[in-house]
Design a protein around this ligand. Sequence first.
Ligand SMILES: [Zn+2]
Length: 303
Amino acid sequence: MIPRVKVFIWRAIQDGLLTSERLHRTIHQIDAQCPICATSEETASHVLFKCTIARLSCFSSQLSLRTEALSDTFIEALSAISENLDNTQYSYLCTLLWCFWKARNIILFQGQNTTPQQLLQQVMEINSWAPKGMQTPKLKRMSESTFTALDGCNTMMVDASWDQQNNTGLAFLNFDSRQKLRWTYAQYLKAQSPFHAETMGLLMAVKHAITHNIQQANQTIILTDCRNLVETLSKDSLDEIPCWHAEVHIHEIQHLLNNHPDLIEIRYVPRQVIQAAHKLANRARVDRDRFQAPVLNPFPTLD
Ligand SMILES: [Zn+2]
């Protein structure tokens, strides 16, 4: 299971999802009804198992689950329904639930509907990004076209450039949900290894995503060509970090992602997809005088 899904399920179990019913308990002015189907209170169990899209998708998924009679308490519903599932099926189910929550937020905050077919397709894609699915054939399918396929999300490309003298350039580009370039960032510094450099670059990008993109309900997808880093971040144990200098940054990234579970997603893509970030990082490494202090441009020029 990918870490964001784990955190999401944990939040749902802890009654931490901000559903209408949950908000109504603290703010009485907020209606507890489900804003989508208006047939009952919007509890976690309702959104994730019983509301229209959840019910239809659970049934038409490869698990063919019937959810209408499940308990109104999320944890009871989850244990009942997962009783006969093996680990793979359980992780599929959890990813499905996470996608219901994202679909619900997209309907409410962006007014866009998701069909069960689209949703099941998303689940398959997400499962293929999980570490076990990270085999070469799947990765090869992600070409330049991947970038244009991210319409509707903020997208960031991040890269680092490193040489044997530890000179390092970090760069990221931030595109808004209409794929317009909004920010570029570039910085010169020293890093102990290419992995260390990539980790620092990603940390900068994650921090930027949190400060600049958080007001929008849109998710930010951060693209990196460092597969090792994506795999390290998805592990629970940090025993095998390729460079120990990077450990503190890895911790910080994980901490930020856990605090903003629906906001940021990090994806591995081949280098050609993030060419623009690659060039900018090279420039920051070579032109150290200009990039000694971080350069964050709201209206950037790339050459
Ligand atoms: Zn509903």
